[in-house]
Design a protein around this ligand. Structure first.
Ligand code: GAR
Length: 184
């Protein structure tokens, strides 16, 4: 099993994947839309090849999507794993690869880039984590695994993010293990 991970941020999710000795797959590359982000530094430290395809370097999203797809395809992945990759992928990309994502909410509640902030703003009493296949919509693909996380009185974005991510990492890694086993 060959896995390419895409990430845009601090890369703690990527790190959890890299640190799992029983993933049952090789992380053959890590890619980003944010050159120099901490996630790529983590990949490099683990000896994983990296690539960056920044939107600002291309005339439009269609060309960017095509470049990103070409960069992913070079590594011939069986599975593409989104780990805090914060850009929407074009239909041409999501239909070309099998792509899995983790989202910090119980979808279909709170899709989009600000799921944690949105759950707090809605005064929800709980939220959670969803691992799902990526389709052409915004966080609309088939759900693979979910886990609820309570929202405590006095929570802010930081405290809720920490509680969500404490659940998210083991859920994502366990789900990826299962997918890798099933796909092998
Ligand atoms: C994760 O919590 C992930 O669920 C979220 O970004 C975080 C990445 O953290 N993804 C999304 O919100 C996608 N819509 P990290 O950079 O520390 O791995």
């Amino acid at each position: 099993m060959r896995v390419v991970v895409l990430a845009s941020g601090s890369g703690t999710t990527l790190q959890a994947i890299l640190d799992d000795p029983e993933l049952g797959a090789q992380v053959v590359a890590a890619g980003t839309d944010v050159p120099g982000c901490a996630a790529m530094t983590r990949a490099e430290a683990a000896g994983v090849p990296t690539f960056a395809v920044a939107l600002r370097d291309y005339p439009d999203r269609a060309v960017w999507n095509a470049e990103l797809a070409a960069a992913i395809a070079k590594h011939d992945p069986d599975l593409v794993v989104l780990a805090g990759f914060m850009r929407l992928l074009a239909p041409s990309v999501v239909t070309r690869f099998r792509i899995v994502n983790t989202h910090p909410a119980l979808l279909p509640a709170f899709p989009g880039a600000h799921a944690i902030r949105d759950a707090l703003a809605a005064d929800a009493s709980s939220t959670g984590v969803t691992v799902h296949w990526v389709d052409e919509g915004v966080d609309t693909g088939p759900v693979i695994a979910q886990q609820a996380v309570p929202i405590e009185p006095g929570d802010d974005e930081g405290s809720l993010r920490a509680r969500i991510q404490a659940v998210e990492k083991p859920l994502y890694v366990a789900t990826l293990r299962r997918l890798c086993q099933e796909m092998n």
